[in-house]
Design a protein. Sequence first.
Length: 141
Amino acid sequence: MQFRWSFAASAFLASLVFGQPTPEKYKTRLAPVAMDASMRSTIAGTGSALATLAGKTLTFSGTFEGLRSPATVAKVHRGRITGVRGPSILDLNVSPAANGTIAGAVELTTDQLDDLRRGRLYIQIDSEKAPDGNLWGWLLK
């Protein structure tokens, strides 16, 4: 009887440890948004971000530097295809500074999960001098 209980307990614990799917990792390099010559005085900077998907929860962390004015918002956007701008769908936390961090965690819908895996989601940081986008980067494996 003791053996069956120990075996059952061990099997249950193993299913908890080994049954969990490996989190999916997505990363991006944050670079200036597409711009014309008139925007060069307001848009600059670099950064990077990592997004980790565990179940339906997507957790973000990243850094940026060199903005010409303080960051105001950071959002996740959805484009029709990779590289094409689209509407914002999720809010992230951002340091209100020229150099700082972005962070957040959101639960994705089934459609948003599909968009993530198809490379349709990107992070965009807006700033005081560039309210329509300063840095952006597509979340890819």
